[in-house]
Design a protein around this ligand. Sequence first.
Ligand SMILES: [Zn+2]
Length: 196
Amino acid sequence: MTDASLRGASVESLFAQAGALLDGHFLLKSGRHAGRYLEKFLVLQHPPYAVELCRRFADVLAPHSPTLVVGPTTGGVLLAHEAARQFGGSVRGIFAEPVAAGGRALRRGWAVDASERVVIVDDILTTGASLVETVDAVRAAGVEPLAAAVIVDRSASPVDLGFPLHSLGRIEISSWEADACELCAADIPLRKPGSG
Ligand SMILES: [Zn+2]
């Protein structure tokens, strides 16, 4: 893939080309069964793909003139870093990580000034939990985020953060309740994918 062909590709096509759109029979975190699974790190392991996706983040988030990009661990670490690099200047990229008390926090000694213009990036939006926890971590640091962007929106119902949420693409994946799964009925072995 050349940089020019990456630029013209849909998000679904980028996942497919990277082998990150897996076919099979998968147990989702929700307990539902699905016939496809997005293994985001098969895309993000390739710097040209990660750079292209973050170029799109920078495009949609540029109107908010961010000074700080925040993402949830683990995918958000590299997305926030690369998106910040693409904004250039003194824009920083940091991450919100889980804390023992529950939720996420900005740790690592990062200073977040009340005047910061914060945007949030994440990989796959499903329930919105990691995004909401990241928003809470930013608010706990005393700043209201301006916008968020995700690579793929797979949410079943809209996630309301109280500010704009941009999505670079949608990838439709059929899923079923475990007791109504067509793939179980066809005796296809069930896999529990990934760790994230
Ligand atoms: Zn099944």
